[in-house]
Design a protein around this ligand. Structure first.
Ligand SMILES: [Zn+2]
Length: 121
């Protein structure tokens, strides 16, 4: 059940990106949340930092199939990166889209959307 939800989320993300990509050299920054000393949400054997890294790497593989999309990762291994550094990477790369991937935990089945903003300094 959990894996199916991840697959649905990945498909929805790809449809969103696919419907907006029309320019060449479209840059997508994929940001697997947490990492290293920050595990994120944990429930049983599920650890958010590992799940989101797997999802990001898979989504990146799929996006790279389109030669007009350049994929940049904020992390590709289990390392901790400060939030501010993550957005600096996107700004430095002049990304068209920045996607921070999280898998939050809840005791009930809810459809949750989390919007995060990080303003320029
Ligand atoms: Zn998270």
């Amino acid at each position: 059940m959990f894996v199916n939800k991840v697959k649905v989320a990945c498909a929805a993300f790809l449809m969103c990106v696919g419907s907006t990509v029309y320019a060449q050299n479209f840059k997508v920054v994929l940001d697997p949340g947490h990492g290293g000393k920050d595990p994120g949400a944990m429930r049983g054997n599920y650890v958010e930092k590992k799940i989101v890294l797997d999802v990001a790497l898979k989504v990146g593989e799929l996006l790279k199939l389109d030669k007009d999309i350049k994929v940049i990762f904020t992390r590709k291994t289990d390392v901790f990166i400060e939030v501010q550094e993550r957005t600096k990477i996107a700004n430095r790369e002049k990304a068209d889209v920045f996607v921070s991937i999280h898998v939050n935990a809840a005791k009930t089945l809810l459809l949750m959307v989390q919007n995060l903003y990080n303003g320029y300094q």
